[in-house]
Design a protein around this ligand. Sequence first.
Ligand code: AGP
Length: 633
Amino acid sequence: MQQKIPYIAISLIYWKCIMCGIVGYIGNKNATEVVMNGLKRVEYRGYDSAGIAMFENNKLNVIKKSGRLEELIGIVDTNLHHSNIAIGHTRWATHGLPNDTNAHPHTDNSGNIAIIHNGIIENYRSLKKILTQKGYFFNTETDTEVLAVFIASIYDEQKEKDMSEAVRIALSEVAGAFGLVVLSAYEPDKIICARRGSPLILGIGDNEYIVASDQTAIVAYMDKVIFPDDNEMLVITKSGYIEKTFDNVAIDKEPTKIEFELAQLEKGGYEHFMLKEIMEQAETIENAIRGRILLDSGDVKLGGLREVTDKLRDAHRIILTGCGTSWHSALLGEYLIESLAGIPVEVEYASEFRYRNPVLYKGDIVIAISQSGETADTLEAIREAKRKGCVVLGIVNVVGSSIARATDAGVYLHAGPEIGVASTKAFTSQVTALLLLAILLGRMKSISAPDGIEYLKEIKQLPEKINLILKDTSGIQQIAKRYASAKNFLYLGRGYNYPIALEGALKLKEISYLHAEGYPAAEMKHGPLALIDDDMPVVVIATKDSIFEKICSNIEEVKARGGHIIAIATAGFEGNGFLRSKADHIIEIPETLYELTPILAMIPLQLLAYYIAYELGRDIDNPRHLAKSVTVE
Ligand code: AGP
């Protein structure tokens, strides 16, 4: 990847984990406060229940509560707790009710060992049976409690007591995935943590440390981190830490600096992170292109791909894969790379990829696209591609994430932390990165230097044009008010704007809970046209391009059946006369090259979804049933 994160071939066998947020602190500060603050940062990873364990008054104190983190905050007064060591967890349940009992931390029978866990212990049933025969008992139905008891059973049998050794032995016998943090009253001067398959990062301060599933829980207190790899563990005291493998081989990693600032994790005056992230897009596109555009020669420089340039040039086929919004950018990537570079591209849902035995050849290049870099389905697709001998690249936002480290090389987006569950700025940055890649490949093939220069000049103007769209959102707000009561929406686009129709519909679905479908506009007549009546708003991307006339025919078809047209149009285009006569509402975006239009067209659709969800009073940043990072298959 662009930031020098060495490639490490991690085992992805165990990516079947639940997504939860974990935080642990040891140092001289009020640990309860640090952990509770950290939990607020990782709550996006799961919000069914939350809990904390601290060592105080010579014993472990465990407090946990079902519901949003707010519920836990309501019963944990950080001023009343004076501990320097604590661990905390936010849960996204896959099995087992999200109630107080199933919330983490889980303890062993004695209450002296507390653990928090992100993952699934696959052999927990057989372990539970053996432990029950030995006389241990269980209060919950969770796999995590079994792990706590299993560690305790090993510790109980040790002649020379050593908690980290008990954890190490236990973990070498469990099957499954874990990001695990252990706090024990037996050895209350240390936190022991380990990972296999689930993210875990160590923050390094002055005589203080934070372990967390995300750097966002660390950056308020320290800016140096290391990224343990699979099958590694850490034993952390106030004065230092030891990193080693489960085979007891010592590891020494150079800490890296966290790339973003604390301020980027705040709402900065906006009511929601989603709106803030939409509004940041001029800047994030600027970041995505910085240092990558060589205007004089019409070339693109993607430093993270330098090592694989030859392989890219010689590729007979590129396979783009990702999930959700990242899949939509992959689809757009297909259009861009095929048209600008003439290389055949296939697009795969990462979630389907490995289950359908795809035909992959050694010379194929697989590119995994992901904002979080932690999506389990995408990681599994990477594993499948590597198993079949492909070069695997990444287009990733989160630096040092599992996908960034599992790929051979790649491109970082530099979009900064994206907190809102609905992806916005990461999408436009992904498309920008794919556009740059398409031009880079195109320049190796058929794009001339003058054409390259023209593309790059236009790309450079994108931030300014994005700001023009964002300057006044009142028109979109009015449209949102008008249609918030609709039950169904259609989004239509053709060519480069077809993936934008899909993404516009996804945005609306996930934050407003309204039904929305994206379609290639010309497909309407093959079935979906039957849905149109005067209750149906139809959002059509009808920008100035070679297929504008075709889109106009599709608009006629919808209008003839009573549908309401919300058109995304190019400002100042003479063809808009037709739109003015047919469309109920027009949202204008600045003119640009056809290939770049999707980036601009996406922004009003993000705003439309946001304001409709706002009208409906939805929980925009944390929509029901969803989590930001989907680390479950
Ligand atoms: C986007 O709005 C969604 N929340 C979701 O589809 C997301 O894009 C998908 O889960 C993939 O995530 P990733 O980019 O972090 O891999």
